[in-house]
Design a protein around this ligand. Structure first.
Ligand SMILES: Nc1ncnc2c1ncn2[C@@H]1O[C@H](COP(=O)(O)OP(=O)(O)OP(=O)(O)O)[C@@H](O)[C@H]1O
Ligand SMILES: [Mg+2]
Length: 241
């Protein structure tokens, strides 16, 4: 299976002597749908930033579709929903405007979308089920709907890899479930590689074939069914060590 992500012996610290991650080996095949979980401060976001080439490992190697991640050329192939992307905010941007930003390669101006871009934007909005509110200001929507808009923004670039970092923060349980279902559908229909990061993985557990637990290093990597019962309690994950 061709690999989307290949990390080997990765260690990383934000300052000399610090080790936020160490000994990380991770291979994600193209088209996998994987959940990444672990305690607060366990290194999930840092790991995703390394995967996406936004940070360079202090030790080891990080490849994205076979290229060194930090030099990966086809940035548009990467959809990244950063942690706490939803700001609520006062910006009057509509759903369609936010999603359109996902089509803009660097240097292209807002409002200069070509027909193909507009089609992809409408398609992405429809896929996440926001067609009826496409021209409503984002800030008038619920947290769950705003998350869908940001997912559509990432999808509009037709990514090969979609990374969502804590997409359900501040979203109720029901919306978490429907977001998980949406991702499962997108995975099934588009075959996009999806990495879903959350310190709680209950909502996606039934949809993913693979769960990776991160606490400075990878402490579990396998089917959620094989997860030792004791790891299901986030408090336990936190308290160990
Ligand atoms: N920009 C930064 N500068 C310095 N230290 C950082 C920075 N970002 C994260 N850290 C530290 O690195 C460690 C891992 O943080 P990271 O954000 O990757 O964890 P996380 O698993 O994503 O946590 P959370 O569940 O809270 O999102 C933590 O100890 C954190 O304090
Ligand atoms: Mg994080």
């Amino acid at each position: 299976m061709p690999l989307a992500v290949e990390l080997q012996g990765v260690a990383f610290g934000y300052r000399p002597g610090q080790r936020v991650l160490e000994g990380v080996d991770l291979r994600l095949g193209e088209g996998e749908f994987v959940a990444v979980a672990g305690p607060n401060g366990g290194g999930k976001t840092t790991l995703m930033r390394i995967v996406l080439g936004l940070e360079r490992p202090g030790e080891g190697t990080a490849l994205l579709f076979g290229e060194p991640a930090h030099r990966f050329s086809a940035r548009r192939a990467l959809g990244y929903l950063a942690q706490r992307a939803v700001v609520g905010g006062d910006a009057p941007a509509t759903v369609r405007e936010v999603v359109s930003a996902g089509r803009l390669a660097t240097g292209r101006l807002v409002g200069r979308l070509r027909q193909e871009d507009r089609r992809q934007v409408s398609d992405a909005i429809e896929r996440v089920g926001l067609d009826l509110v496409a021209d409503a200001p984002l800030k008038t929507l619920s947290g769950g709907m705003q998350q869908r808009a940001f997912i559509a923004k990432a999808l509009a670039g037709r990514p090969s890899l979609l990374v969502l970092d804590e997409p359900t923060t501040g979203v109720d349980a029901e919306s978490q479930e429907s977001l998980a279902q949406l991702l499962a559908d997108l995975h099934g229909e588009l075959g996009v590689t999806i990495v879903y990061v959350s310190h709680e993985f209950g909502a996606v557990e039934h949809h993913v074939q693979r769960l990776v637990l991160v606490r400075r290093t990878i402490v579990f990597d396998g089917s959620p069914h094989d997860l030792p019962g004791v790891w299901h309690d986030p408090g336990h994950v936190h308290a160990r060590e």
